[in-house]
Ligand binder design. Structure first.
Ligand code: GTQ
Length: 347
């Protein structure tokens, strides 16, 4: 053992560690060691979820969810270092009991038209492709008003690992199974650019971002603009009360990807959960190509270049990441490498 090794061992008993033994791991030249690229097929996950529907009641489970856990982050319930993803099944007549917690949620509806979520007393219908927001510390219960065969499934996107990192998890059960819901109308005003002037607003006053409207507007935008070479025509879901990200910890996007191979590669420091809503294609990331279709889930690691190749017709993709938090903290970076970068003439 060298003198320096003996020194390191001798200070350990007093709770001290020499920085020179750790510096290269602590202050890295580039991101490393986060999420791995991974793909979940919706049909496979759905089969398991349907079986869970036979095996466990929603009362027993609190939420009947299969977590999409990143294989590089075993035991952490995380899809990326900071974020969580799960697939939730609510069967007709069931109610996932009302509670509130400091974690924020986004829900992307994947199957069925008969689900609803009651958020702070306002009952919100959930249709395919809609995005429903549960801001931190808001009461929420979920149900399904459909006929017997109408199961509903959605993707839960939460900031569970972020809240765990700060050790700021608080949770309360509502005194009864579900909230009384009253038509409230506040969110509807916000949706058309109006705000009620005589009452306080919630952190994100918009309860739901309906898919049909969003897609129609994005297509109209696409008809008049050149797409980003990798990310296509992209729009961000915003909190209209701030103009900023939909939640403080999570950003969410709706993208229209044109058919054919992307015209370059893209990377950013926010590992991203990518959920095709319509269309199919493939994504090459970190030396692997994943073929995807509607309702699959793909996770794209931080700072790893990727490119898409979309089959005939355009694809519509929902994605989310911790970009909101990274931007607020001054950490976020991105880089696009265009295939058609100007050729140096050598002059
Ligand atoms: O619906 O409240 O997937 O509290 C994980 C934790 C869903 C929810 C999840 C939750 C919920």
């Amino acid at each position: 053992m060298s003198t320096l090794d003996r020194f390191s061992a001798s200070v350990a008993d007093d709770g001290l560690v020499p920085l020179w033994d750790r510096f290269k791991d602590l202050v890295r030249p580039e991101p490393a060691g986060g999420a791995a690229a991974h793909h979940w097929r919706y049909d496979t996950a759905r089969e398991h979820l349907k079986l869970a529907g036979e095996l466990i009641s929603v009362e027993q489970a609190e939420r009947r969810v299969l977590i999409l856990e990143n294989p590089a982050l075993p035991g952490t319930s995380s899809i990326t270092r900071t974020l969580y993803a799960g697939l939730q099944l609510v069967r007709p007549g069931e109610i996932a009991p009302a509670h509130r917690h400091t974690q924020s949620a986004l829900r992307l509806i994947l199957e069925g038209e008969s689900a609803y979520s009651t958020v702070e007393g306002e009952k919100i219908g959930m249709g395919f492709g809609d995005v429903v927001v549960t801001p931190p510390w808001s009461w929420h219960d979920h149900g399904n008003d459909g006929a017997p065969a109408e199961d509903t499934v959605w993707l839960d996107a939460l900031d569970i690992p972020t809240v765990a990192f700060y050790d700021t998890s608080f949770m309360e059960q509502f005194p009864s199974r579900n909230q009384e819901s009253e038509p409230d109308g506040r969110a509807g005003l916000w949706a058309v650019g109006l705000k009620p002037t005589d009452r306080p607003q919630r952190s994100n006053p918009v309860a739901t971002y309906p898919y049909a409207d969003a897609l129609k507007r994005l297509e109209q935008f696409a008809a008049h603009h050149v797409p980003h070479p990798v990310r296509g025509w992209e729009a961000e879901y915003i909190d209209p009360s701030t103009g900023g990200p939909i939640l403080k910890t999570m950003s969410a996007f709706l993208s229209l990807l044109p058919a054919g191979p992307g015209k370059g590669s893209y990377r950013s420091t926010d590992a991203t959960v990518f959920v095709p809503i319509e269309g199919s294609g493939s994504t090459t990331v970190g030396g692997t190509t994943f073929d995807w279709g509607p309702r699959d889930v793909l996770v794209l690691p931080a700072w790893t270049p990727y490119r898409h190749n979309v089959d005939d017709g355009a694809a519509v993709v929902f994605s989310y990441s911790d970009r909101a938090a990274q931007t607020a903290l001054g950490l976020w970076r991105e880089a696009t490498t265009a295939d058609a970068a100007p050729i140096d003439s050598g002059a």
